[in-house]
Design a protein around this ligand. Structure first.
Ligand code: NAD
Ligand code: TYD
Length: 349
């Protein structure tokens, strides 16, 4: 496959790039290199003859059109986005620009590619989205591909808008669009502002571990390598016009998840002076509009595309903790560079 990946220097995009190269595909990684990107995430494949990189904003439609025309992808896999909910609350503008205008720009660039007659006949535009577009669940129920869209944060509203654009380009212009909506990912190379790396790094540094509200919000968690596997499968065998939900079948309350990570750290770092990391948990002011529960029904992708998660949350979380322990230089570099933390993280109740 000739695969054009947007956002391939971020967390999930880089996992896709690394896996695609290891599977023998040709990859063009297009990334603006925002604060969330890190060229180190793809350093292991950067020397491959099958890997190319272009630093570009997806909102630059003429440049994207030219790049797509030159590279002639079989698939455009679109992951580039602003992704942190707390930042979207503090400043929604970049989310509207990249997630909505950027997706529009990319859909138009690929429309020109198809109309020019240069795209292969089984060309696909794979739009990567989130379960957050479906809104918030109560104690029971699961999101299916037919659940209504009810986004509650500027992030999820912008992602929902981009999903609608992708759908409309399929219906109106016949764009061969496949959409996937996935639950929360965790694993190596996740930017240290999201829950899992915040917990691990704060615990290692003996700092408070901020848990929003009562910690009773529920998320479904998927190991990033399993998501990359699902995406590569959907990109090649997903049916245009279809949506596939991707999930880990691993629902946890935030507080249970944080305690699980603390227990893994206790185990990995045991010694005479070691204190239980749970002592660092600090309940802080809740996020406004904080969705209570997400749960994904992923029967369709399991049945139709034969994908299923390969790693349990216990195995995946231990591997993740070990990766952050073994790759301190990766996250220390990011922190040395400096980045604005979303305001909520420091708020005491
Ligand atoms: P991330 O924030 O780690 O990476 C995003 C990447 O996009 C960065 O490399 C950034 O530089 C790039 N980017 C941002 N704006 C750009 C622009 N205008 N032009 C080009 N590149 C730009 O994000 P992630 O967690 O890897 O998420 C990737 C995708 O997966 C997103 O679309 C997100 O909505 C979706 N998703 C994420 C999760 C999750 O748990 N992280 C779950 C489901 C879906
Ligand atoms: P996050 O990683 O921001 O992902 P999302 O909001 O997209 O689900 O947060 C996951 C959950 O953890 C969410 O319910 C908010 C909560 N959270 C905390 O309790 N403390 C934190 O420091 C962060 C970043 C998140």
């Amino acid at each position: 496959m000739r695969l054009l990946v947007t956002g391939g220097a971020g967390f999930i995009g880089s996992a896709v790039v690394r896996q695609a190269i290891s599977e023998g595909h040709h990859v063009l990684n297009v990334d603006k290199l925002t604060y969330a990107a890190n060229p180190a995430n793809v350093a292991g494949v950067a020397d491959s003859k099958r890997y190319q990189f272009a630093q570009l904003d997806i909102c630059d439609q003429p440049a994207m059109t030219a790049l797509i025309g030159d590279f002639k992808p079989d698939t455009v896999m679109h992951l580039a986005a602003e992704t942190h909910v707390d930042r979207s609350i503090d400043g929604p503008s970049a989310f509207i620009q990249t997630n909505i205008v950027g997706t529009y720009s990319l859909l138009e660039a690929t429309r020109h590619y198809v109309q020019a007659g240069t795209a292969p006949k089984d060309f696909r535009f794979h739009h990567i989205s989130t379960d957050e577009v479906y809104g918030s669940l109560g104690a029971t129920g699961e999101f299916t591909e037919d659940s209504p869209y009810q986004p509650n944060s500027p992030y999820s509203a912008a992602k929902a808008s981009s999903d609608m654009l992708a759908r409309a380009w399929g219906e109106t212009y016949g764009a061969p669009v496949v959409v996937t909506n996935c639950s929360n990912n965790y694993g190596p190379y996740q930017f240290p502002e999201k829950l899992i790396p915040v917990v691990i790094i704060n615990a290692l540094e003996g700092k408070d571990i901020p848990v929003y509200g009562k910690g009773d919000n529920v998320r479904d968690w998927l190991y990033v390598g399993d998501h990359a596997d699902a995406l590569l499968r959907a990109a090649q065998t997903g049916v245009p016009g279809e949506t596939y939900n991707i999930g880990g079948r691993a629902e946890r309350t935030n507080i249970d998840l944080v305690k699980m990570i603390c227990a893994i750290l206790d185990d990995e770092l045991s010694g005479p002076s070691a204190k239980p990391h749970e002592q660092l948990i600090s309940f802080v002011k809740d996020r406004p509009g904080h969705d209570h529960r997400y749960a994904i029904n992923c029967d369709k992708i399991e049945r139709d595309l034969g994908w299923t998660p390969s790693v349990t949350i216990e195995e995946g979380m231990r591997q993740t903790v070990q990766w952050y322990l073994e790759n301190k230089a990766w996250w220390e570099d990011i922190r040395a560079r400096g980045f604005d933390t979303a305001a909520r993280q420091g708020l005491k109740k």
